[in-house]
Design a protein around this ligand. Structure first.
Ligand code: S3P
Length: 176
């Protein structure tokens, strides 16, 4: 099967570097970069925090599903996704259909360091952020692994070196 220029989907916890890495990767591949959170902000005209406030997490997840359905068939895109997009089975199915899925795996320590002062991610606004991150990883790790075609450990080295690591994996992956 010729899957040339199929989209690439980045999954992983908040703070794992999906948007930063995704942008550089897209540039390198000459693909378009899309971010599901940014698309939802564009569609609704309000912030992710406001969507959570008004519609709750369930409403937000529903919006993620609708967006993934709309993106079905998108070619030559690098798609960065919200960290919790894998929670719904329907979303996991849609992610797999969208293209090659890369799980950016970062440790609790790396995530904590990147998220400890973050103000705009509603799920992390807690007294004990480390515990929240630990819980999120515990809940989602197997879901990320289940959807992923490729797993890349992130957190060490520069964005460039991470992108090079991804590029090497893509070359090794038969379906690219
Ligand atoms: C979420 C991650 C966020 C955003 C929302 C919920 C999550 O995206 O979708 O705040 O459930 O982990 P990032 O992973 O891009 O931060």
């Amino acid at each position: 099967m010729n899957r040339d220029r199929n989209s690439i989907v980045l999954i992983g916890a908040m703070g794992s570097g999906k948007s930063t890495l995704g942008r550089v990767l897209a540039e390198k591949l000459n693909y378009k970069f899309l971010d599901t959170d940014a698309e939802l902000v564009k569609r609704t005209g309000v912030s992710i925090s406001t969507i959570f406030e008004i519609e709750g997490e369930q409403g937000f997840r529903g919006r993620e599903t609708k967006l993934l359905e709309d993106l079905n068939g998108a070619r030559a895109c690098v798609i960065g996704t919200g960290g919790g997009i894998v929670l719904l089975e329907r979303n996991r199915e849609l992610l797999k259909k969208l293209g090659l899925v890369i799980f950016l795996e970062a440790s609790e320590d790396v995530l904590y360091d990147r998220l400890k002062n973050c103000k705009d991610r509603p799920l992390i606004q807690a007294e004990d952020r480390r515990m929240v991150i630990r819980g999120i990883l515990k809940e989602r790790q197997s879901l990320y692994e289940d959807v992923a075609d490729i797993i890349i450990k992130t957190g060490m080295g520069s964005v460039r070196s991470m992108v090079n690591k991804v590029m090497k994996s893509l070359k090794k992956t038969k379906c690219r």
